[in-house]
Design a protein around this ligand. Structure first.
Ligand code: T46
Length: 314
């Protein structure tokens, strides 16, 4: 996935979400009368709008997925407002987070802004959950009045903020756990010009001896694997190359974490449902496991998993 400038050929994809109630019902504007010509006009004007940046979020094949924007750049000074929209066919595939995190990086690293605000309609539970899941909360501090005033006819939008210097990509990692699984820093020795070397040792850096190592590679972007739990197996999962989202569920908590840093691993030592989503093609998932391969240790049926964790001794 990548960001690029909007192109007139994106109008069709843009019209697809403009006429999709699943998308527009969560947004703050009126879109029901929009035509493909409106999409073309927006794309044309977006290249010339002062104090605005609009980018297309696209697949590896350069197909339009959605738009992410910064508006009101430097009004007030060193701030901007962010907006994102993704076609419903691409919900849950990592594109929204890619768009948000890439645009925030651009706002902070290239535009040198201090803070970026965005708002979500109160009843857009999906979007609110999405931002909370990524560690964002409604800001403690007040949003500048000049910003809220622009949207005063909207009913109590939920505001979010990112501040330059926040480790927003690693908010979840700094939490230390994801769905009850431990997130660990893998010891890493950096060099100045020759990369870095990471390592861990069984029973020293992780709580078990390693009996098996496997890795998953050559997976296209957007593919999901997993969909099972283990009864007894303990594992550490890490991603030495690329970007993979882990969706983990342990008892009542279902959480996601993105693995993209070779020096970060997730330790799964309890029966935990796992799904892995390839956010970038050719990403590699490596696993060190506490035992040999045993098909009988897998729980591949979700309802069986729910029963198993409520009473593992049944
Ligand atoms: C896990 C996640 C993260 C073997 O023959 N030996 C092995 O050691 C493994 C791991 C798998 N296999 C066979 C079993 C299947 O015929 O390889 C095939 C693919 O396995 P599976 O569909 O289970 O792959 P994933 O990616 O869904 O899950 C794997 C691990 O199996 C699992 O333990 O936690 O990665």
């Amino acid at each position: 996935m990548q960001l690029r400038n909007l192109d007139i050929a994106d109008a069709e994809g843009m019209y697809a979400w403009l006429s999709d109630n699943k998308v527009t019902s969560g947004l703050n504007g009126e879109y029901k009368d929009c035509s493909i010509q409106d999409a073309k006009n927006f794309i044309f004007e977006s290249g010339h709008a002062p104090n605005e940046v609009h980018k297309a979020i696209v697949t590896d094949e350069n197909d339009y997925v959605g738009t992410v924007s910064l508006r009101f750049i430097n009004d007030p000074e060193e701030t901007a407002e962010l907006a994102i929209v993704v076609q419903s066919d691409f919900f849950g595939k990592g594109y929204a987070w890619f768009g948000v995190s890439s645009m925030l990086k651009y706002a902070f690293n290239s535009l040198k802004l201090h803070s970026v605000y965005w708002r979500v309609k109160t009843d857009n539970r999906r979007a609110i959950r999405f931002f909370q899941k990524h560690g964002f909360n409604s800001p403690d501090m007040d949003i500048p009045e000049i910003v809220t005033k622009r949207h005063q006819c909207e009913k109590n939008p939920v505001w979010f903020v990112a501040i330059n210097g926040d480790d927003f990509e690693n908010k979840l990692l700094s939490k230390g756990t994801v769905a009850g699984c431990q997130i660990i820093r893998i010891k890493t020795i950096p060099t100045v010009e020759a990369g870095e070397l990471s390592f861990f040792e069984g029973k020293k850096d992780i709580p078990f001896d390693i009996k098996r190592i496997y890795y998953i590679s050559k997976v296209p972007e957007g593919i999901r694997r997993g969909f099972h739990a283990h009864r007894n197996l303990q594992q550490i999962l890490f991603c030495p190359y690329g970007k993979i989202q882990l969706i983990l569920e342990n008892r009542d908590i279902r959480e996601e974490v993105e693995l993209s840093d070779p020096s970060v691993g997730v330790l799964i030592t309890e029966p935990t449902w796992r799904e892995m989503l390839w956010l970038q093609k050719d990403s590699v998932l490596c696993v060190a496991a506490s035992d040999y391969y045993d098909p009988a240790d897998y729980v591949r049926d979700y309802s069986e998993f729910k029963k198993y964790i409520s009473n593992p001794f049944d």
